[in-house]
Design a protein. Structure first.
Length: 262
């Protein structure tokens, strides 16, 4: 700080004095060179500082310990920062299927790893009952238990024997993403299953209350279907909470068709 104050004072004195142009340029060059040298020395000092602590932020599903386990074979603690391969470190972290991206930042003796997780939005069930998660970006993730409760729908009907219908899966996730983007807790909490019918090539939704059947149809006019479904279910739950029906059909534009149980 004292060196910087002296440089600032020196520049102020130069502005008050009438100095020949060549001498002024020379002195300014010296000052700039000193600044550059100070910056270089500071960066050199900082790059030689060892990492003493690693902090993990941004996790919701994974624990900080699980994230650190991905890089436990990489010597980081007490190692100078200029000897750490951060690109390789980020690559190791992304090997965890739940980690979409990472952002690494340094303190003087600390390393902060900010994690962007893939968020499971559905549970995929194959024809043999095996479970997997699917994220909003269509990534298939291994099934496991989390400390956080996941209230997400299951996706069924998109396997033919062991063969996955990738297009049907993407369409199912698009329906779920649109429901979530609608930012309505009613639909998010009510829809418990998204089923793909191979015969009709249409989607059928089921609710968590009494497994009400909702014929959703194809992928056309998704926003209108979701809005109409939301408005109907909100009204029905408010005024006819115990009414039972065979199905709700939202395939038709600006219409909701309901078949009551006889």
């Amino acid at each position: 700080m004292k060196v910087i104050r002296k440089i600032v004072k020196f520049l102020g004195e130069l502005s008050k004095k009438k100095v020949a142009r060549p001498k002024l340029l020379l002195r300014l060059s010296v000052v700039l060179a000193l600044f550059a040298l100070l910056i270089f020395l500071a960066q050199l000092w900082n790059s030689n500082q060892p990492i003493h602590q690693i902090s993990i932020v941004g996790t919701s599903f994974l624990t900080p310990a699980e994230v650190k386990a991905e890089i436990q074979d990489a010597p980081i603690i007490n190692r100078p920062k200029n000897e750490i391969n951060y690109a390789e470190l980020a690559k190791r972290l992304r090997q965890n299927p739940f980690i979409e991206n990472t952002y690494l930042s340094e303190g003087i003796n600390t390393l902060t790893i900010e994690v962007k997780e893939r968020q499971p939005v559905a549970i995929l069930v194959d024809n043999y009952g095996k479970l997997r998660y699917v994220s909003s970006d269509y990534s298939i993730l291994p099934y496991r238990l989390f400390n956080t409760y996941l209230d997400i729908p299951v996706i069924t009907g998109i396997y033919k024997d062991e063969l996955l219908d990738s297009l049907a899966l993407r369409n199912a996730i698009d329906i779920i993403n649109h429901i979530r983007a609608y930012s309505n807790t009613l639909l998010i909490s009510l829809i418990s299953e998204v089923h793909y019918s191979k015969n009709s090539r249409e989607f059928i939704l089921y609710t968590s209350d009494n497994s009400r059947k909702i014929i959703f149809g194809g992928m056309e006019n998704i926003e209108d279907k979701i809005m109409n479904l939301h408005d109907f279910l909100k009204y029905d739950l408010q005024y006819n909470a115990k009414r039972e029906f065979s199905y709700i059909d939202v395939r038709w534009k600006n219409s909701v068709i309901v078949k009551n149980n006889i």
